[in-house]
Design a protein around this ligand. Structure first.
Ligand SMILES: [Cu+2]
Length: 143
C-alpha cells in the first residue's frame, strides 16, 4: 500500500515537471530592439532545470555555442552551426555563457542561469574580449 502511494507520488512529480518545463526562444540578431548591434535577444534567460532554450536564426551569419569553460561542472556543452536553429535542454543547475563565434569580439554573448544560482568566481577568468566582457557583466547583474 505504501509502495503504491510512493510510486504514484513519484509519477505525479515526474509528470508535473514535464508539464511545466518551458521553452525560451532566443533570437540571433544583427540589431537588437535597443539598437545594439550583434546581439542575442533576450541576452539573459532565467531557466529551471529541464527547460529548453531554442536558438532562432532570425538574421543570417550567427551561431550559438558555449564559450570554453563557461558552464557548470557535469553539464554538456553545445555548439550550433552558422544559421542553425536548434533546441538545447539544460538539466544541470548553474550559469552558462553562450557566444556567437563570428561576433564574439563584437560582444555577441548571452547568459543562461539554470536554477537559483550565483555567479561562479571563475566565470570571466578566461580570455574574453572587452566588449563581450562588458555585456557578460551586465547580464550577470541579473543574478
Ligand atoms: Cu553573430
Amino acid at each position: 500500500m505504501i509502495r503504491t502511494l510512493t510510486t504514484g507520488l513519484a509519477l505525479a512529480a515526474l509528470m508535473g515537471s514535464a508539464a511545466f518545463a518551458e521553452t525560451f526562444e532566443v533570437k540571433m540578431l544583427n540589431k537588437g530592439a535597443d539598437g545594439d548591434r550583434m546581439v542575442f535577444e533576450p541576452a539573459f534567460v532565467q531557466a529551471a532545470p529541464g527547460d529548453t532554450i531554442r536558438f532562432v536564426a532570425t538574421d543570417r551569419g550567427h551561431n550559438a555555442e558555449i564559450n570554453k569553460g563557461m558552464l557548470p561542472d557535469g553539464a554538456e556543452g553545445f555548439a550550433g552551426k552558422i544559421n542553425e536553429e536548434f533546441d538545447v535542454t539544460l538539466d544541470v543547475e548553474g550559469v552558462y555563457g553562450v557566444i556567437c563565434k563570428p561576433h564574439f569580439a563584437m560582444g555577441m554573448v548571452m547568459t543562461i542561469a539554470v536554477g537559483d544560482v550565483e555567479v561562479p568566481d571563475t566565470f570571466l577568468e578566461g580570455r574574453v574580449p572587452r566588449k563581450a566582457k562588458e555585456r557578460f557583466e551586465a547580464q550577470l547583474g541579473n543574478l
